[in-house]
Design a protein. Structure first.
Length: 345
């Protein structure tokens, strides 16, 4: 297949690019190269004849039309998005412009391309979203594909809006779409303002490790390479118009996650151990959702997919990767906003 990936220089998008090229697919990476993107993320895929890159912003409809006409993809996998909740609190406009208007542009460009090509039955538009659109759970229950939307942050509201647009374009115009909503990702190439890399790099430097509130917020953690595998499966075999929740089946409180990372750091980088002594509880973010949990029944039963990595295994692999790849993350610490407390309202 020829797959066009938006946001392919980002964290999840680059994992999709690497895996797709490794499996022999031709990949067109479309990325605006904003602060959280890095072309190094695609790794060895950049050296393959199957890979090409287009520097373009999904807010620029003209560029999207040109790229689709030039490359004629079989599948569009739309991952490009502003995704950091704390940044959405401080600057929500960028999230509306990219996640809502950008997705609208992608849908219109894809629809025009699909029409020009004679509406091929093999074409698909895969929209990748988040479980945060569903809001916050209590102590029990899980998100299913039919859970009512209840976004609580500018980020999740913008992603909820994009999800609704995708469904509307399917129902109104017949655009062949599939949707996925994932739980919290982690793994190699994770931009160093997110929780897991923050903990690793703070422990490595002997700085305080910030934990929001009481640390009792629960997330379902999904190793990014497992997520990429699921995304390619849904893109190829998911039923049109259908959504699939993708979770890691690894519910962990933030404080337990941080302590697990510290324990791996104690073993793999003993200098400064015990690293858990660096944990510091800080003021919570406004509107911090208490718990997310994914019910993976649909993707397991219909597409026979399940995660291959436990959170314990995945965190160890992630710590090992960051310890071995200082040349990758060190320059990123100088980018705007990294290392600063954002989203305090």
């Amino acid at each position: 297949m020829k797959i066009l990936v938006t946001g392919g220089a980002g964290f999840i998008g680059s994992a999709v690019v690497r895996l797709a090229v490794a499996r022999g697919h031709e990949v067109v990476n479309v990325d605006a190269l904003t602060y959280a993107a890095d072309l190094r993320n695609v790794g060895d895929a950049a050296d393959s004849d199957l890979y090409s890159f287009e520097h373009a912003d999904i807010r620029d409809r003209g560029s999207l039309d040109r790229i689709l006409a030039t490359h004629r993809p079989d599948i569009v996998m739309h991952l490009a998005a502003e995704s950091h909740v704390d940044r959405s609190i401080d600057g929500p406009a960028a999230f509306i412009e990219t996640n809502v208007i950008g997705t609208f542009n992608m849908l219109e460009a894809a629809r025009a391309y699909w029409d020009r090509e004679g509406r091929p039955e093999t074409f698909r538009f895969h929209h990748i979203s988040t479980d945060e659109v569903f809001g916050s759970l209590g102590e029990t229950g899980q998100f299913t594909e039919t859970t009512a939307y209840d976004p609580r942050s500018p980020y999740s509201a913008s992603k909820a809006g994009s999800d609704h647009l995708v469904r509307a374009w399917h129902e109104t115009y017949g655009l062949p779409v599939v949707l996925t909503n994932c739980s919290n990702n982690y793994g190699p190439y994770h931009f160093p303002e997110k929780l897991v890399p923050v903990v690793i790099l703070k422990a490595l430097s002997g700085q305080s490790i910030p934990v929001y509130g009481d640390g009792g917020n629960v997330r379902d953690w999904l190793f990014v390479e497992d997520h990429a595998d699921a995304l390619l499966l849904v893109a190829e075999k998911g039923d049109l118009g259908r959504s699939y929740n993708i979770g890691g089946e690894n519910e962990v409180t933030n404080i337990d996650l941080v302590r697990t990372i510290c324990a791996h750091m104690d073993e793999l980088h003993p200098e400064g151990a015990p690293h858990a002594d660096l944990i510091t509880f800080v003021t919570d973010r406004p509107g911090h959702d208490r718990r997310y949990a994914i019910d993976p029944t649909r993707i397991r039963s219909e597409l026979d997919w399940k995660p291959s990595v436990t959170v314990e295994q995945g965190l160890r692999r992630t710590v090992e990767w960051y310890l071995a790849n200082r040349d990758w993350w060190q320059p990123l610490l100088e980018r705007e906003g990294v290392g600063k407390r954002l989203g305090t309202g």
